[in-house]
Design a protein around this ligand. Sequence first.
Ligand SMILES: [Zn+2]
Length: 132
Amino acid sequence: MNQRIYQFMKDRYGFDELSRTMIIIGVLISIANIYFKNPYVNFVLILIFFYFGFYRPLSKNKTQRIIERRKYRDITKPLREFFQKSKIRAQGMQHYKYFHCPSCRKELKVPKGKGKIKITCPYCKHNFIKKT
Ligand SMILES: [Zn+2]
């Protein structure tokens, strides 16, 4: 049985993050549509589930699927970078303090608990004094 599934899926694209994200969005919209009961939304949901749940994973046109995935990654890049930056910042909060350079507005990270220190911006070389 596993061998037959393997043979069936061998040349197919499979699930990726775009399909997974769209399925999750579809489930959230369908939960919201329990209250709104819009028949057009149900039709769109069927298309979303069919395309992202069956057509894309079972597609043999891997090149086109990769192009779609790349577009998805380009569109969501600012969002992913924001969450990645927030995560790194949250991890560093206990050891570092963050300031914005008064001259160029770039974000700077300095060690916490060092008292009043003179900070030199590595980008514009502007000096300012802050308590850490
Ligand atoms: Zn600066």
